[in-house]
Design a protein around this ligand. Structure first.
Ligand SMILES: Cc1ncc(COP(=O)(O)O)c(C=O)c1O
Length: 349
């Protein structure tokens, strides 16, 4: 491109899952929550005033940050940064803490946005291949870098590294570690406390999955106040709009509602895992609101994905190494998953 930067010549840009217009599609392709957001969040949305829209929002999102600190056992808002979705926080982490040419450590397979962000910044990416169980290999611990993206649970595998392994890694890594906990509300445990004890740890969460608020765009991160102060230097002036701040705060005030929905999704995940295994899929043990279902039979996984799509059931297929034999399936409602299993039975048997 004549006017583009040389750096962009070999960057493709992140490709998100499809958002079909047809409301009748059974949409199991982008890990959204099938249940509605908290009634308190919807009430807050209805009460956004003309005045709140007329004026600029709080540039520092102070109420939201203070509430998150309180809920997660951190001393105050100076330990928290808010972003327009976690993706913005991931991009800010690169912008704030990595110089072009520096190394960013990650794994393969993982969330592909990490590599896109690194390349957009002219950073070097080192992606360490996960072992056969999609766990961190021993060699991972010896690696250096300015920043490491470590999702727990990982995407698109759903696998959680043991907590003590994450802590061991953080203790030895010379740069900053971003622990991406996008899916952690569906897991057995979390690493939220690690930023208190490790000066190089940033723990990030999103409202897109467990809070059923992907359309709102809200992410939060905790880290030591010195790290947060650096983030504040690089953030957009008003990165969170007034609606997001009001609705996000209301959702936090109904934390139990989110927990109940997450528990429903986990119960469905267990049932669906057994049903998929019954059909001959090998399902990676998932701690997320999706499963990675590997398929060694006929027709091959890509064709299964296409046949599901013809039936208006959307799942995700990644045409990349280690994932070509698999479908990533988000956990929907009980009825949606019944429809999926019935369709798969038809296609693979
Ligand atoms: C591992 C991981 N991190 C972060 C995100 C982004 O979250 P958000 O919607 O808050 O930008 C996703 C979304 O799919 C994800 O899979």
């Amino acid at each position: 491109m004549k006017y583009g930067r040389a750096l962009l010549n070999d960057v493709e840009g992140y490709v998100p899952g499809e958002q079909p217009k047809d409301p009748d599609v059974i949409k199991l392709n982008t890990n959204e929550n099938p249940y509605p957001p908290s009634p308190m969040a919807l009430e807050a949305l209805r009460h956004v005033s003309a005045d709140a829209l007329r004026k600029y929002p709080d540039p520092l999102s102070m109420r939201l940050r203070a509430r998150w600190a309180e809920l997660q056992g951190y001393a105050g808002p100076e330990w928290v940064i808010a972003g327009n979705g976690m993706d913005e926080l991931l991009a800010m982490a690169v912008r704030t803490f990595v110089d072009p040419g520096d190394g960013i450590l990650t794994t393969w397979p993982t969330y592909t946005l990490y590599e896109t962000l690194a390349r957009l910044h002219g950073a070097r990416v080192e992606a360490v291949e996960l072992d056969d169980a999609f766990q961190l290999p021993e060699t991972f611990y010896g690696h250096g870098g300015r920043l490491c993206f470590l999702p727990r649970p990982n995407a698109p595998t759903g696998v959680c590294a043991p907590r003590q392994d994450v802590e061991r890694f953080c203790s030895g890594f010379p740069g900053l570690v971003v622990i991406d906990e996008a899916y952690v509300d569906f897991a057995d445990d979390d690493c939220m406390d690690l930023a208190k004890r490790h000066e190089n740890v940033i723990v990030m969460r999103t409202f897109s999955k467990s809070f059923s608020l992907a359309g709102l765009r809200l992410g939060l991160a905790v880290a030591q106040p010195g790290i947060i102060a650096e983030f504040l230097k690089t953030k957009d002036s008003y990165n969170l709009n007034a609606v997001t701040q009001a609705v996000g705060l209301a959702a936090l005030n109904d934390y139990e509602y989110m927990k109940r929905n997450a528990a429903r999704v986990v119960a469905t995940r267990k049932r669906v895992t057994a049903a998929l295994e019954g059909l001959g899929f090998v399902v990676t043990p998932s701690q997320s609101n999706f499963v990675l279902a590997r398929w060694g039979g006929k027709p091959e996984a890509r064709t299964v994905f296409e046949r599901l799509k013809e039936r208006r059931i959307f799942v995700r297929y990644f045409d990349v190494p280690r994932l070509r034999d698999a479908l990533r399936i988000s956990i929907g409602t009980e009825q949606e998953m019944d429809a999926l299993i019935a369709a798969l039975r038809d296609i693979v048997q």
